[in-house]
Design a protein around this ligand. Structure first.
Ligand SMILES: [Zn+2]
Length: 173
């Protein structure tokens, strides 16, 4: 019996190691990014998963909440922690339609997130906006005390389509 793939899956810290449903949960995050636009905000969505089930979702709400920090991911973390009292997310996976910014990546460190999965990269987003961009989440994680597992580029074409469509017509907030 070949155990190598099991070893690979279970040798990390924490218990969140199954990526089988990544596309399913990313699809939900991208759906939320579309809903965010319908609700008058920017196209970013986030989904929190534990033990293979969605436990919380959030959309970007920067305009409707008059809060420039109400990003999909930071907003999800704030709301989830406040509503549940849970502040240690090492057993959770967060799915984000786009790579988290410096602020949201920092928030993921403070809650000790177990795993992050994102679609479009920050560089791809910034290129749409005419900027250079950078691998901002990697910069934060590489320089922080908490190391999380990261999977990038999941369903990124679908994530990018919504970003392009929106930022063709709107300025970045
Ligand atoms: Zn952010």
């Amino acid at each position: 019996m070949d155990l190598s793939k099991y070893e690979e899956k279970y040798t990390h810290h924490g218990t969140v190691r199954d990526g089988a449903d990544d596309e399913l949960f990313m699809k939900k995050a991208i759906e939320l990014s579309g809903l965010a636009v319908e609700h008058g905000n920017e196209p970013f969505g986030a989904v929190l998963v534990k033990d293979g089930e969605i436990v919380f979702t959030n959309e970007n709400q920067i305009y409707t909440m008059h809060d420039p920090t109400f990003h999909g991911e930071a907003g999800l973390i704030r709301r989830f922690c406040a509503e549940t009292g849970i502040t240690d997310l090492r057993d959770y996976t967060l799915y984000s339609s786009c790579e988290p910014c410096f602020m949201c990546s920092g928030a993921m460190v403070w809650v000790r997130l177990g795993r992050l999965v994102y679609g479009a990269s920050n560089t791809e987003l910034e290129n749409i906006l005419g900027n250079e961009g950078c691998n901002c989440s990697r910069i934060v994680f590489d320089n922080s005390f908490w190391k999380l597992e990261v999977s990038a580029g999941i369903l990124k074409e679908q994530a990018l389509e919504i970003l392009k469509d929106y930022f063709d017509k709107h300025e970045k907030g």
